[in-house]
Design a binder for this molecule. Structure first.
Ligand SMILES: [Zn+2]
Length: 93
């Protein structure tokens, strides 16, 4: 829960961050927030049968960890955001 509290303080401080799950590429170089962006970056669909409107919705309704695991993409989960890419360069407290 500590993770959640820190995240909450962070959000309050910046008042920018949307409370939605996203996939962060490398050190924040790119942020993936929709199935369309996911497809563009990874080259495959997040889940089969996502309709046109679903392509631009947020990622909260999808099991991102399962998809990444199934496709053998290494990631780290931080407060619901999944980091992909240069994991060794990220600092984890
Ligand atoms: Zn959302």
């Amino acid at each position: 829960m500590q993770c959640y509290i820190l995240g909450f303080l962070f959000i309050n401080k910046l008042k920018l961050k949307i409370m939605c799950n996203s996939i962060i590429i490398n050190l924040g170089e790119k942020e993936i927030g929709t199935p369309r962006e996911f497809l563009k970056h990874f080259g495959f669909m997040l889940e089969k049968n996502i309709d046109k409107t679903g392509m631009d919705c947020c990622l909260c309704n999808y099991d991102l960890e399962k998809t990444l695991n199934e496709n053998k993409i290494p990631f780290k989960n931080d407060c619901g955001d999944l980091y992909v890419g240069m994991l060794e360069k990220l600092k984890w407290t």
